[in-house]
Design a binder for this molecule. Sequence first.
Ligand code: DNO
Length: 357
Amino acid sequence: MEMTLRWYGSKSDSVTLQQIRQIPGVTGVITTLYETSPGDLWEREQIHALKEEVEASGLHISGIESVNIHDSIKIGSPDRDRYIENYIRTLKHLGEEDIHLVCYNFMPVFDWTRTELARVRSDGSTVLAYSQKTVDRIDPAKMFESISSGSNGFVLPGWEPERMARVKELFEMYTGVDEERLFANLKYFLEAIMPVCDQYNIHMAIHPDDPAWSVFGLPRIIINLPNLQRMMKMVDNPHNGVTFCSGSYGTNPDNDLPGMIRALEGRIHFAHVRNLQHNFPGDFEEAAHLSSDGSFDMYAIMKALYDIRFTGPIRPDHGRMIWGENAMPGYGLYDRALGAAYLNGLWEAIEKGAAGK
Ligand code: DNO
C-alpha cells in the first residue's frame, strides 16, 4: 500500500504540499481539480499543471478524488450522453498524464451527509457527527444552510453552493429514480467508460454512500457487500472497482468491515481508513483513528487489507479538529497526520509480524 493524504489544491486547501511532504511515510496526494463542476471536461493542460505543481513538492498524484458525476447521468436524463462523453475524454486526459485511479460516487443530490460539523468531544476536539433524528426533522435545503454556515468558510466536497442552490429542482428531477433505476443508470455509465479505462488502465473506485442508507427518501445503492457484488458483476471488469471507506460502510454496524475487505479482494483500488464512535442507533460521531477512540477495530481493518495484498493508496480520512487549527471540517492537517502515522505503524507491525520478525 501507499500512504497518501487528500489535498484540495493550493486555492482551496489550508494545508500545503510542503506540510504534507513532512508527514512521515506519506508519499502521494489524492487530489482533484476542485474548481470544476460535475460534468465539466478536464483539459489535459489543467491536469498537467496540477501534476507539475504536486511533483515540484517531492510528492506525486496517487489518484483523483473525485471526478464527479453529473446528475443527468445518475438520473438517466436524455442529455446524459453529452456528460458521459466529457467523462470519457477526461479519463483519457488523465490516462495520458499517467494517472490511473479515479474515485467517484453515485449518490443522488447529496454527497456525504452530516448534521453537525463541530460536535465537541470530551477531550475538547471537535468532529463531524450524524443524528438521524435531526435528518428526519430537517428540510433538505435547510440542511445545506447549516452545513455551509459551519464549514469555517471552506466549500465542503459535494456541497458546492451552485448545486445546493438547486436542491428543490434536483429532488424533483430524481422523482421516479428508485434503486433499480439507479443501478441501471450506473451500469449504463460504467459500460460506456470501461473501454477507455481498459485502454489507459484506469481503476474506477466507487465511493460508498455516506451514511450507508437512504437519506431524505433518496435511493442509495453503494451501501453493503451484496450491492457491491451486484455492481461488480453487472459490469464485470477489474477496472470497475471500489473505494473501501471504513467510515462510510461502518456507519451501519451490520457491515462487517474486515469481512467485506476480504470478500472484495482484487477489486479494492483505494482505501479510506478512519474510525467512528457509535453512540446509539442513528447517532454517530467521528473519532481519532486509534481503535481505542472509537467503535472499530482498526488493526483488524488494516490486517484484512494486508491479507488481500492491497497495493493501492490508503488515506487517513476525516480527522478531528485539534490544537486550534482552522481548516475544512474533517480535513485539517494535524489529526490526519496523526492518523497517517498510526496507520503506518499498524502496517509495519502487521508486515513484520507476518514475516516472523
Ligand atoms: C467526504 C468524502 C466524499 C468523497 C466522495 C467521492 O469527505 O469522503 O466527499 O470524496 O463521495 O466521490
